[in-house]
Write a protein that binds this ligand. Structure first.
Ligand SMILES: [Fe+2]
Ligand SMILES: [Fe+2]
Length: 273
């Protein structure tokens, strides 16, 4: 797989049985990344996307060879419309009594306004994990207030992929599924054009996104502490690019840890651009 030469009109298998089924909207700054995990005959869909993205996401899912009825769980790592908006359409198409929604109870209060049908499961009551029929385990890690009270991230113990929701996300008109960030970004000042890649700096979009979306430095640092306890192969966020190298992960974590002003502190400092 040549990572910078992918056809985004099709699904992309980012690891064995793990698919990006998102939508590359060239006119948008916010690129949403739903992911499908397939294990045997069973599938789980993470942060399925907006109402507008529904047909693209569903078509890509079906092209992987999965029929809608094989999707047993929908995971929503918080409750924003960019990841939950297509729930009614997805539920209707799957049309199965076995389908359940997994989130945190703080999110389920709001998710019920998208979803009338499916039972809602809370990660706390599930012991913070979900097991596929053949034993594959997904672990859920709470990241409260990064950025919603009920936010959490999902760790696939088989592939060691961390699905990080809005954390490590980006708002950027330029987009690649896999990051261009490397170890040379570790100490660089994010300029508009990167001196190494000669493209727009991807770190800038990540920093701007976190300054605006994350409510506080304390919340983000707590989330980073929890995630750094894991043995991670890739970080797969709901926006922006997948961090698929240890160098890119280290560089972004360092930058996010350095941020002093975000959320209300960013607003009060009057730094907004
Ligand atoms: Fe969000
Ligand atoms: Fe989001």
């Amino acid at each position: 797989m040549n990572k910078q030469d992918l056809n985004y009109k099709e699904y992309v298998e980012i690891a064995e049985g793990v698919y990006w089924v998102g939508f590359f909207d060239e006119s948008a700054g916010l690129h949403c990344n739903p992911y499908l995990i397939v294990d045997g005959k069973e599938a789980v869909l993470i942060d399925s996307g907006s109402r507008e993205d529904f047909s693209t996401v569903m078509l890509k899912i079906m092209r992987t060879g999965i029929s809608p009825g094989q999707i047993k769980r929908l995971i929503y790592q918080h409750y924003d419309p960019d990841l939950c908006g297509n729930i009614p359409h997805i539920e209707t198409l799957i049309n199965s009594r076995d389908l359940k929604i997994i989130s945190h109870y703080e999110n389920n209060i709001f998710i019920k306004y998208y979803s009338m049908q499916s039972p809602k499961q809370c990660i706390e009551q599930m012991g913070f994990h979900y097991e596929f029929g053949n034993g594959r385990r997904l672990e859920f890690i709470r990241t409260p207030h990064s950025h919603s009270p009920g936010s959490f991230v999902t760790y696939d113990t088989k592939t060691k992929i961390l699905f990080s929701s809005d954390i490590f996300g980006s708002y950027d008109n330029d987009w690649d599924l896999f990051t261009l960030i490397s170890s040379s970004c570790m100490n660089c000042t994010p300029e508009k054009i990167c001196p190494v890649t000669k493209q727009l700096c991807q770190m800038k979009g990540i920093i701007n996104f976190h300054k605006r979306i994350m409510p506080s430095k304390r919340a983000l640092r707590y989330a980073l502490d929890r995630m750094e306890e894991l043995d991670i192969s890739m970080i797969a966020p709901q926006h922006g690019s997948i961090l698929d190298t240890p160098e890119s992960q280290k560089a972004v974590i360092k930058r996010l840890r350095e941020l002093e002003y975000m959320g209300i502190d960013y607003f009060l400092k009057g730094e907004r651009t």
